[in-house]
Design a protein around this ligand. Structure first.
Ligand code: PHE
Length: 337
């Protein structure tokens, strides 16, 4: 037995002298002291030896095992050192990895700028749910069931009383229900309508809603606020005009146009030769809407407006197809650095 162990050690030393890499070393390690290695097996077989030999052989085997472990560990260290000094030396002069910075999405850019402008005019920003009750989306906005205005806003209903909001206007009602006057808020976010996709329609889009209710609020306040907004977004030289427009929750109601930036209002192809571009709906809050939330219509008046963010972004950045915003084409998005 002793001899056998001696042979084994010799063979081991020969092999270890020839190992070239860590894989080979690992193989030898397994062969000798792994779970099924020579030494391990011999240790297991001790029980079959004559009683008086067992302690000595056991001791010798354990000692040998330790020796081999030590030699292997030293060899491992050598390989580790080599690895750092030769193959994978850290080279300070190699240029760093270039990681790509994303860009802020144009819709988000418009939203951020809008919030800033209205914060500057004393408005607060409030957030509302995209899954909305029929009551807030229509009823509370003076659009009862069977009202023809519902047909203009083909909706995604979830149940007869719950739908994906078709506009941000429900936040007018939600805010007034919760808070006493005066109120000055804007609310932005996603809206949904069952529109077929084309260059100006997507079933999901964004809106910006504004509402101000207080004593002595008049149409001229609305015009002033909208003019300020348009001039900050599109440029100081822009003019704003109001045309009569119908929305059940405002009276009087208006469609708001901004003068065309390309032709300076003279008329060109991009504004349909009118000199004007339609950008939002607006008006004085309908007294019935104020009544429904329990506001005192004798004392209070208000204005509201709502606009499509994609439309604003298309005009601001001269984008001619709304689908570009949602295709995630980096060639498009990278232009908004
Ligand atoms: N919510 C209306 C729409 O989606 C826009 C609007 C908002 C009009 C507020 C008037 C006042 O068309």
């Amino acid at each position: 037995m002793k001899e056998k162990i001696g042979h084994l050690k010799e063979k081991f030393n020969q092999q270890i002298a020839l190992v070239k890499d860590r894989a080979e070393l690992e193989k030898i390690k397994n062969e000798y002291i792994g779970r099924k290695g020579y030494i391990t097996r011999m240790l297991k077989n001790i029980a079959t030896l004559p009683g008086e030999n067992r302690p000595k052989i056991g001791q010798l085997l354990n000692q040998t095992k330790q020796e081999l472990q030590h030699i292997i560990a030293e060899k491992e260290k050598d390989f580790l050192k080599q690895k750092f000094v030769t193959k994978e030396t850290f080279d300070l002069t190699i240029p760093g990895k270039n990681f790509k910075m994303g860009t802020i999405h144009p819709i988000e850019l418009v939203l951020q700028q809008t919030e800033e402008i209205f914060l500057g005019m004393g408005f607060r920003v409030v957030d509302g749910p995209e899954i909305e009750l029929d009551y807030y989306n229509f009823e509370g906005l003076n659009i009862p069931k069977e009202h023809p205005a519902r047909d203009d806003q083909d909706s995604f209903y979830i149940t007869p009383e719950v739908l994906l909001r078709t506009q941000t206007s429900p936040m007018q009602v939600r805010t007034m229900e919760k808070e006493p006057p005066p109120v000055r808020i804007i609310s932005t976010g996603k809206c949904y309508r069952r529109d077929s996709i084309d260059s100006t329609h997507t079933p999901m889009f964004h809106q910006i809603e504004g509402l101000a209710v207080d004593k002595d609020i008049s149409l001229s306040d609305l015009k002033g606020v909208i003019t300020e907004f348009c001039q900050q977004v599109f440029g100081k030289d822009r003019k704003v005009r109001f045309r009569p427009g119908y929305f059940p929750f405002v009276e009087p109601g208006a469609e708001v146009d901004v003068s065309c930036g390309l032709c300076k209002g003279r008329g060109c192809r991009s504004c349909g030769h009118t000199g004007w571009l339609e950008i939002m709906g607006a008006g004085m809050v309908h007294p019935h809407v104020l009544e429904m939330v329990g506001y005192d219509t004798e004392r209070l008046t208000g204005f509201a407006f709502g606009m499509g963010v994609e439309r604003i972004a298309m005009l601001k950045y001269a984008v001619n197809d709304i689908r570009l915003f949602f295709e995630n084409d980096l060639r498009f998005l990278n232009q908004f650095k």
